[in-house]
Design a binder for this molecule. Structure first.
Ligand code: AMP
Length: 224
């Protein structure tokens, strides 16, 4: 079956990670999150982690050349050859151009960019209550999706913390960065006829169903 090369788009807190987790299982595709990769680099104290940390803590974008090199390497790994789900990449026009160029070299292309749309005030509400486990990054929300035991991950028993960049002042900056640098990509992919919009204010189940329906339609249209 031809490959499915998907990009998940949307402001921080739109639920991209939650949906990617489900789609990864539905379609058996690797889930590639540049944010997760960077956080792993910070945790491991690599050179890339050291270079990226200050930007991440402020909610700024890590420079394109660092991100493009990291994503490029990841996309050459064996598990990404039959398709992938990208979360948080590309985030600038320059990154999108680099991704297109890399795929074109391999006679591949982006199948669709799926925008999970959520208004700014909802983003702030979601991110300020988000807690993640230190071991694997499993997500919870203090009001909407609390763990069974306060401060403890249901799935692996590790401690739940608030990401440094989920503090209110940083959230506002991340949203601003999203509007200025990442939103232009909506028309970039629109012009290529690849953008599909999803209402991200619905429940995770409804959003998931909608994305699956979009992918099913794409497969019928393109025979992918
Ligand atoms: P995320 O978990 O996707 O919200 O990413 C967390 C942080 O990592 C962002 O606020 C950026 O500082 C950095 N980051 C992740 N992906 C990218 C990217 N594609 N380009 C630049 N910076 C990124």
């Amino acid at each position: 079956m031809p490959e499915l090369n998907l990009i998940l788009f949307g402001p921080p807190g739109a639920g991209k990670g939650t949906q990617a987790d489900r789609l990864r299982i539905d379609f058996r595709l690797p889930f590639i999150s540049t944010g997760d990769m960077l956080r792993a680099n910070v945790k491991d104290g690599t050179e890339l982690g050291k270079q990226g940390k200050d930007y991440m803590d402020k909610g700024e974008l890590v420079p394109d050349e660092l991100i493009v090199a990291m994503a490029r390497e990841r996309l050459t790994e064996a598990d990404a050859q039959d398709g992938f789900i990208l979360d948080g990449f590309p985030r600038t026009i320059e990154q999108a151009n680099a991704l297109d160029a890399q795929l074109a070299e391999l006679k591949r292309r982006v199948t669709a960019a799926i925008l999970i749309d959520v208004p700014g005030e909802e983003v702030v509400r979601r991110l300020s209550g988000r807690r993640v486990c230190v071991k694997a990054g499993h997500n919870y929300h203090v009001d909407f999706d609390p763990p069974k035991r306060d401060g403890v991950c249901d799935q692996d028993g590790s401690r739940l913390i608030q990401r440094d960049d989920d503090k209110p002042e940083v959230i506002r900056n991340r949203l601003e960065v999203y509007h200025q640098q990442t939103e232009p990509l909506v028309s970039y992919y629109d012009q290529q006829g690849l953008m599909r919009r999803i209402d991200g204010t619905r429940s995770p189940e409804e959003v998931h169903d909608h994305i699956r329906a979009v992918i099913a339609t794409l497969r019928m249209e393109d025979d992918v």
